[in-house]
Design a protein. Structure first.
Length: 47
């Protein structure tokens, strides 16, 4: 267990997502609507 905690975390992690993934996330965020009503939150997805 001591060896697991002594390792340094990788700080040079480079992520290269696919174009389809980026497009999906952007389209999802455009369609998502959050409505606050009093103390409640309503999330709707408008397709």
């Amino acid at each position: 267990m001591a060896k697991l905690y002594s390792k340094k975390p990788k700080t040079d992690l480079k992520l290269n997502p696919k174009d389809e993934t980026v497009s999906f996330i952007l389209n999802y965020s455009k369609a998502l609507r959050v409505i606050n009503y009093k103390s409640m939150k309503f999330e709707t997805l408008q397709n």
